[in-house]
Write a protein that binds this ligand. Sequence first.
Ligand code: PLP
Length: 379
Amino acid sequence: MSIECEKVGGINLAQGVCDTEVPQAVREEAHHGIENGINSYTRFDGLGALREAIAQKLRTYNGITVEPETDIVVSAGSTGAFYCACLALLDPGDEVILFEPYYGYHVNTLLAVEAVPRYLTLRPPDWNFLAGDLDRAVSTRTKAIVVNTPGNPCGKVFSRVELELIAEFAIRHDLFIFTDEIYEHFLYDGRSHVSPASIDGLHERTITISGFSKTFSITGWRIGYAAGPARWLRRIGYMNDLVYVCAPSPLQYGVALGLSRLERSFYEGLSLEYSLKRDHICAALRHAGFEPYVPQGAYYVLADVSSLPGKNSKEKAMFLVTQIGVASVPGESFFHNGGGKDLLRFCFAKKDAELEEACNRLKQLSFKAEFLAQPASGR
Ligand SMILES: Cc1ncc(COP(=O)(O)O)c(C=O)c1O
């Protein structure tokens, strides 16, 4: 969709790339890192200063206590951390439960290590699930369950009650929990983030994965991490060393110092700024006749585009990009069995001016659609 968008010089609401400002503290400190000679390989599990800063953040924001010396592996983004965790802890043939709609990299990473995804389809409009859904997805070969909160693409923020249900289930079946919390600071309508590892009984079996791509708008820096019990993190560290050696050292330094310089207000500001963007795009989608599934967190919105021409979500996405120059992701990319035909995902992590233009184009579409829907004699 990004390529199609470029062809028509459109606005790209397809890819999850945030083009908002990188915080000054993070930019400055990365620069200092380069100037101060932090340009060699770091230890396989990351710079000490960054592991310390992550441990501090995990303690204060996530309610998780870990040892920076043994329980954290800094990797090439949360993508790298998830890949290394899967390589280290899964064997070919292991089944892993995945909530659907899913994030494509989770599926493809599981397939790359020859694990077998077992899908649990969430129920719209709130993307809920029941205890029975978990029971139906489990087998004797199940080794892990993947949680993504706040989630891409549906913006679900798992509640404490839901996580307690998952905890009881994971303990009963002796499963790992891999939790991707990359959108942990993008929360709307007063919701708070609950990390699965902070739930009673889960610390021992949870690998918490997150990173700074989204929070600091540094998707190209590739700084993320996995955290959890030392015995699992040691194995994840071996894989990280083998696959990546280390994440870029001066950029690790920038994130470490940036983390210690930025105040709580920065993170609160993110939720506020993005909730305004969310409201803006949801209003424009409604105006265009596409009912949005209003996200609770993260920075994507799924919308029902059944009124658009096209027999599947790809054709509908193509119609939109060619007619009004707004790119989105076809809903079928988030379901394994042909679901999502009437859904498109729009990313709203855009600068205000660009988002405004995309919203105006969507609103214009509603006028075009009304025009097209009128019988010829009535025009
Ligand atoms: C759910 C989820 N996890 C991970 C990532 C990628 O994060 P990173 O840049 O840290 O690899 C994305 C990016 O879109 C995402 O949506």
